[in-house]
Design a protein around this ligand. Structure first.
Ligand code: OGA
Ligand code: MN
Length: 295
């Protein structure tokens, strides 16, 4: 069957597509990867149903899209990790596959995934694509939602666009977790997650489209008083995440979802986390810090 990519919601023909006619377990050709990247340029989020893959197959597929990131944003200590460093563990499980206790530090940190964010915006060079594979899902809840930051930019009034245009934000996981009252970081974590600078407005290198680059990690705007900056970012986020711009993905086991962190924010939704939710993420790195990219 030939590869096809169709909009998931006809009313949003340029956001969130479904890919059929592909089997990642068999490996894909460079031509197929090129077609997927073209689909990503248009849809920013792609759902590939029914991809029964292991970590090696997921990683091999991901590598078509650029250099890979390591999971250095996770809070689990190395000896606590269930998965190797090249796989982000987006589950509620410990090393032995047991559901984390309610007050486990790793669980409380991971609750931060329920805030709107863009992956690794707290790293100097942030993430390009994230690829999330649903290995095991709860019986209900636990959707992942995606908000189109190109639409958010396009629908801002001209005055606000001009105000945003050259702003530089500071992103850190200390800020996003702090929003939820998670403040007990070790000195090493504080050092590792010092704020990094990112543009507020970005241009996609292939499509040329502009988008807002927001994330709950952003806690400051350079040159602005902190409360004013935070309020402005909060207003922009409210605008950017109105339901019209959001695709809510209801997971089926073995879905693989790819999103472009340069142009979408995402968040996890609640579920009964006494049930297992096991998701494995591979992450493709962007080409450079956003300030070094053409705006
Ligand atoms: C992620 C993430 C959301 C979810 O994998 O980066 O934020 O629904 N996941 O698990
Ligand atoms: Mn994420």
């Amino acid at each position: 069957m030939a590869l096809t990519i169709k909009p998931i919601r006809p009313e949003r023909p340029d956001f969130a597509g479904e890919v059929l006619g592909i089997d990642l377990a068999k490996g894909v050709s460079p031509e197929t990867a090129t077609a997927i990247e073209a689909g990503m340029d248009r849809f920013a989020v792609l759902v590939l149903p029914n991809q029964v893959i292991d970590d090696d197959q997921q990683y091999a597929f991901s590598q078509h899209f650029g250099p890979m990131e390591q999971a250095t944003g996770d809070i689990a200590q190395r000896d606590q990790r269930r998965l190797p460093m090249h796989i982000n563990d987006v589950s509620n499980l410990d090393k032995d596959g047991r559901v984390l206790e309610r007050d486990d530090r790793r669980r409380l940190f991971n609750i931060g995934n329920m805030l709107w964010h863009s992956d690794s915006s707290f790293k100097p060079t942030p993430a390009k694509y994230s690829l999330l594979s649903a290995r095991s899902i709860p019986s209900e809840g636990g959707n992942t939602e995606f908000a189109d930051m190109r639409a958010a930019w396009d629908t801002l009034d001209a005055k606000t666009q001009a105000e945003c245009r050259d702003l530089v934000c500071e992103h850190t996981q200390l800020h996003s977790r702090g929003l939820l009252g998670f403040t007990e970081f070790t000195p090493e974590e504080r050092l590792k997650w010092q704020p990094v600078a990112q543009r507020l407005v970005r241009r996609h290198p292939r499509t040329g489209r502009l988008s807002l680059y927001l994330s709950s990690h952003a806690g400051a705007i350079r040159g602005w008083p902190v409360p004013e900056a935070r309020m402005f970012l909060r207003d922009l986020t409210e605008h950017a995440t109105q339901r019209e711009f959001v695709y809510s993905h209801t997971w089926r086991q073995w879905d693989l979802v790819i999103w472009d962190n340069r142009v979408v924010m995402h968040r996890a939704r609640r579920y009964d986390d006494r049930q297992v939710r096991d998701m494995h993420r591979t992450t493709v790195a962007d080409s450079a810090p956003t300030l070094e990219q053409v705006a």
